[in-house]
Design a protein around this ligand. Structure first.
Ligand code: ADP
Ligand code: MG
Length: 253
């Protein structure tokens, strides 16, 4: 199977305002999809739906062929119980704008927390894997540090290691560098570039157009809850066909 994430006719409203108005999206395994679009266009909501942090009003999401949040029975959809949702979420890594690390836990403890607590991985095995991941994000030697002792870029790299510790099928990033001082953006993008090169399936909401051009297989331009344009960076970024895409790109560059 080559499709890792399939979103079909996704609708989502908040209090009468339709924020996603029929989004279709297909992400192939091993590919990087960058989602760009104005503030308020529904990018975070889309990611949150992929992870079932938001319930859908209409439509379906499949990750690795598995329906997210629901099961089909006699042709109808039934909501999954919390435990099943937790299991699904465990397979989908998420990295937020704010790093959301546990401040009272060390780097190593942050990374092993979920594999031990949610997946039941034995501690020794979880710690071995965590040390590998911490090294992979360039933080070998900082296993015992607390988040407050790290820069924002380092904290975000720990957050990436923590998500990878669950051995996710897909990694979702929601503006992972927007909260960082400019000089710290590069080190986080570098880790993400490495992941992409290793074949991780990634959906990245970002304003880093340069990153999208270089790393994305597909760029999706979302505006007012709809996919306006999608395709390879050479098309969407360098030769957009829609006026709204052109306007947006002119503003962020
Ligand atoms: P983006 O990430 O593209 O900036 P969001 O997905 O965060 O956009 O938000 C899209 C719209 O939905 C915005 O108008 C926002 O105010 C609204 N919205 C998002 N989450 C909620 C919520 N939990 N309750 C009410 N409105 C929300
Ligand atoms: Mg957002």
């Amino acid at each position: 199977m080559t499709v890792a994430v399939q979103v079909t006719d996704l609708h989502k409203s908040f209090g009468g305002t339709e924020v996603l108005r029929g989004v279709d999206l297909s992400v192939r395994r091993g590919e990087v999809t960058c989602v760009i679009g104005p503030s308020g266009s529904g990018k975070s909501t889309l990611l949150r739906c992929l992870n079932h942090l938001e319930k859908l009003d209409h439509g379906e999401i499949e990750v690795d062929g598995e329906l997210i949040g629901y099961r089909r029975h006699n042709g109808r959809l039934h909501e999954l119980r919390e435990r099943a949702v937790t299991r699904q979420r465990a397979g989908i890594g998420m990295v937020f704008q704010g790093f959301h690390l546990f401040g009272h836990l060390t780097v190593l403890q942050n990374v092993v927390e979920a594999p031990i607590g949610v997946l039941g991985v034995p501690r020794a095995e979880a710690e071995k894997h965590a040390r590998e991941l911490i090294a992979r994000v360039g933080l070998a030697g900082r296993e015992g540090a607390y988040p407050r002792q790290l820069s924002g870029g380092q904290q975000q790299r720990v957050a990436i290691a923590r998500a990878l510790a669950m051995r996710p099928k897909v990694m979702l990033f929601d503006e992972p560098t927007s909260a960082l001082d400019p000089e710290l953006v590069g080190e986080v993008l570098e880790v993400m570039r490495g992941l992409a090169a290793e074949g991780m399936t990634m959906v990245v909401v970002t304003h880093e157009i340069g990153f999208a051009r270089e790393v994305a297989d597909t760029v999706v331009f979302l505006d007012q809850g709809l996919v306006v344009e999608q395709g390879p960076p050479a098309a969407v970024i360098d030769a957009p066909t829609h006026e709204r895409t052109r306007e947006f790109l002119a503003r962020v560059r």
